[in-house]
Design a protein around this ligand. Structure first.
Ligand code: XMP
Length: 603
């Protein structure tokens, strides 16, 4: 298909009205590669993403090169590499994470294999002045790595370190080569933007040539080009992404050419269907309807306990419903294409770029949808944007803040917040706490992990979130999450992980817990303090009360990294008391895990 892109990837360099990129981001498969390019563009300098092994000759006219992070190890056969010529040319180079290690590896330094790694928060001490540090002070950085540089190449100075990484930053100013182990592109690195600004302007001497206000007209033009004479059939969810994507199409093509259907999967929160009807009425949608498909989705999910299998079943069921609707209404006659609100993180975490690892299969990228993409019958106006940019675009389009500021909600709905288990296993007491043999998805060192959960008898406070939880996930390779036990109706020695699948009764219980938390958080103003607040139901508990509720309030900007938000103790106590009053609930947990090492959703 013709890519809907602002010339952001190597394969797509022909969109109109975009300047020649001054900064090239070489992609070694990192989860944040595209985010680096976005952050540089936000500084007003156009940047694009190219394959890591792009020849030095192709890059000679660039003002600067950034080598991204990635999931591989520099010593592994076939791991992503760069043309070493870029390190001998006159163009400044900044290596981030794996890029930092590649520089050390190529120039005679040493990279050591780590078996544990460093994930999430760390404190960077600046150990020497450097052009990269202009106006920057020692501060919080975000780490996501296993290997580390143990010896800098000759001619390099160590300019920064953290408790775990002695060589967290190094440079050879004369040669214009810089390496940093942490991620300046993520919001949780406090001085990240300043560090990138120093590289782009002070070191590369790039000039401003890009303004974000050019996004909307460019996207609308491209929707018109991709649609041609065809109309767009849209499956909407009521969430920010599909609402903004739909509105862009509505503006680009007019209401008569855009058709919207909301599929009620039975996996949505309480009251959602009526709310969505209201949103689309307010947008001026003339062709909008609701398709009730609860029974089909329950049948497709029956007996499935594995998270990836659940996601695939939901994705395929979406495609089936979609195909039925398309066929039933003659939407396959060539005059219609499918619209979707896929945003950038949905594609990157489904291994959507050349070298990235699969973290989760997002439902927008399952085989059926891929077939539509391959046959040129899809328009996805937001694939190059992150959630916060989507909200900005929505505001530019005049969509009401109460719709734009809704917390993100995943496409597969409550199904991925209702944990299942194929077996019954005991919870084990260990030296650090209670090891719960329920498995959840994590993202560690740019790779997917699927590990157990450690429950602690600790209060939800800064110490537990900032120190205890990261030290445990860094140290233990059998877990990727740490939770606090906030309250329980049964002593932990009686807890088991029970055999459980997705049933209407469990979904109803989760819906009740979710509604209870949402109402309370709206009432106490906690809703605005978090970016997202998943409520998870897990089959952990005693025989009489076999379920537990997990609270997962996080702060994020783009969904790529996340920090835990602590609820005030008094309010939390009240909420836990209410949740323990729901039928069948044994315990309430509070997730203390940042992303990485955990993902936001548990599955
Ligand atoms: P994770 O759990 O991967 O979530 O850290 C990042 C953000 O993406 C949302 N999410 C999804 N959204 N389809 C979606 O449309 C999906 O399959 C999906 N899985 C996760 C999640 O809620 C968070 O905002």
């Amino acid at each position: 298909m013709e890519p809907l892109t602002l010339t952001l990837s190597s394969a797509h360099v022909s969109a109109p009205a975009t300047p020649n990129a001054q900064i090239a981001v070489l992609d070694t498969g990192g989860q944040y590669t595209h985010l680096i390019a976005r952050k540089v563009r936000e500084l007003g300098v156009f940047a694009d993403v190219l394959p890591s092994d792009t020849p030095a000759g192709v890059l000679s006219a660039r003002r600067g090169i950034i080598i991204s992070g990635g999931p591989a190890s520099v010593y592994e056969a076939g791991s992503p590499d760069i043309d070493p010529g870029i390190l001998a040319a006159n163009v400044p180079v900044l290596g981030i994470c794996y890029g930092h290690q590649l520089i050390a590896h190529h120039l005679g330094g040493n990279v050591e294999k780590g078996d544990r790694g460093e994930y999430g928060v760390a404190r960077l001490e600046l150990t020497a002045p450097d052009p990269l540090w202009q106006g920057v002070c020692s501060s919080q950085v975000w780490m996501n790595h296993r290997d580390s540089v143990s010896a800098a190449p000759q001619g390099f100075e160590v300019i920064g370190s953290t408790e775990t990484s002695g060589i967290a930053a190094m440079s050879n100013v004369r040669r214009g080569i810089f390496g940093i182990q942490f991620h300046p592109e993520v919001v949780h690195t406090h001085e990240g933007v300043n560090i990138l600004r120093n590289f782009v302007f002070e070191i590369c001497h790039a000039t401003k040539d890009w303004n974000v206000s050019r996004r909307v007209p460019l996207v609308e033009q491209q929707i018109q080009r991709i649609a041609g004479g065809r109309n767009v059939f849209f499956f909407v969810s009521g969430g920010v992404d599909s609402t903004v994507a739909y509105t862009l199409c509505l503006r680009a093509l007019g209401p008569e050419r855009v058709y919207g259907v909301y599929v009620d999967t039975g996996l949505m929160r309480k009251g959602e269907t009526e709310l969505v009807r209201g949103i689309f009425a307010s947008l001026g949608a003339t062709h909008f309807e609701v398709e009730y498909a609860q029974d089909e989705f329950m049948a497709a999910l029956a007996g499935k306990t594995d998270p990836e299998e659940k996601r695939l079943a939901i994705g395929e069921q979406f495609v089936k419903v979609q195909e039925r609707l398309l066929q039933g209404r003659q939407f396959l006659d060539g005059s219609w294409i499918l619209g979707q609100g896929t945003i950038y993180p949905d594609t990157i975490e489904s291994a959507g770029t050349a070298k990235a690892d699969l973290i989760k299969t997002h439902h927008n990228r399952v085989a059926g949808i891929q077939a539509l993409i391959d046959t040129n019958r899809i328009v996805e106006p937001l694939t190059q944007f992150y959630k916060d940019e989507v909200r900005e675009i929505g505001a530019e389009l005049g969509i009401a803040p109460r719709f734009l500021n809704r917390h993100p909600f995943p496409g597969p709905g409550l199904a991925i917040r209702c944990l299942c288990s194929a077996t019954c296993q005991a919870v084990m007491l260990c030296a650090d706490g209670y090891l719960i043999p329920v498995r959840t998805v994590g993202v560690q060192g740019d790779s997917r992990s699927y590990r157990q959960v450690l429950a602690l008898d600790e209060p939800v406070d800064e110490l537990a979130i900032r120190k205890l939880a990261p030290s445990l996930t860094n140290r233990r390779s059998d877990i990727n999450r740490v939770v606090s036990i906030c309250g329980s109706n049964a002593v932990p020695s009686l807890w088991k992980v029970h055999k459980a699948s997705l049933t209407p009764a469990r979904l109803d219980l989760l819906r009740d817990a979710d509604q209870l938390v949402r109402d309370y958080c709206a009432a106490i103003g906690f809703e605005q303090k978090v970016w997202q607040f998943p409520i998870v139901l897990a089959p952990i508990g005693s025989t009489d009360a076999p379920e537990s509720v997990i609270l997962r309030p996080i702060h994020s900007v783009d969904g790529m990294t996340a920090d835990v938000v602590a609820m005030p103790a008094t309010e939390l106590r009240y909420l836990v008391h209410k949740l323990l009053g729901l039928p069948g609930i044994s315990a309430v947990f509070y997730d203390l895990t940042s992303k990485p090492p955990g993902t936001i959703e548990w599955e």
